[in-house]
Design a protein around this ligand. Sequence first.
Ligand code: ARG
Length: 294
Amino acid sequence: MKKWSVLAIFMVLMLAAAGCGKGNNAGTSASEAAASPSAEASGGASAPAGASADADVVYKIATDASYAPMESMDKDKIVGFDVDFLDAVMKEAGLKYKLENVGWDPLFADLDKGKSSAYDGGISAISITDDRKQSYEFSIPYFESKNMILTKEGSPIKNALDLKDKKVAVQGATTAEELMKGIMGNSNTNLKRFDSNTLALLELENNGVDAVVADFAVVQAYVQNNPNKKFVAIEDKANFTPEYYGIIFPQGKADLKAKLDPAIEKFRASDEYKAMYKKWIGVEPDTTDLVNAK
Ligand code: ARG
């Protein structure tokens, strides 16, 4: 069957890659693969045809671990909400995986290769957008987010429109960049794009810009973790509307989506999800919209 041969080819490629002893880049790390006792079960309720093959497949997932508290490096370990969430849903689906820190642009560049991409998916606080849906597949939503402004105490900035004639740093190719292009204009040189959000934050810290725009969890955590630097987080519900994160997959490699969606649907409605959210985001989530989001 087609599905089997695709899996077989994939496994051969994985073995070949491992055999080459291809080392990880500096700063690249892998979380421990989740063991899956249930994957062996013959005639199990879920995916009986693929179950035994899955026991040997280790799905490769990419991330950009410079977006705390969603994903960041703690020494050589990737930690964060997304890391715990991925582990929970992979376990729920009975799948093994390896999570690697590849960086934001490389993640998309790899997934652009579709069927021949080195990764089976990515988790990186990635908002599901119509634009991205043209090039990638997404899981059902697993997290509700929105962009927020980070600036310094005493700044005159009160909302996103105030950023029009200010200097603003964003991570390139994010929804923050898109939103700010809309407000500041496409070719405005006061909109500074960085390869990672960490660099955008540093630019504000060094007074190179007046504000950073990024996802609320990241902005709020940064304010809290740097109490003496006098940062403030500003919400703008009118200009920064809700976004949903999804796990992203390359086009034409949809088997993982089919396996994960039911696990995500179950997990996002659970108390474990709420506890995980509380642990990393600091508050209880309101999941009313999320549990029905498609
Ligand atoms: N949610 C935003 C987006 O999808 C920003 C995500 C950035 N994630 C990261 N790990 N740097 O564009």
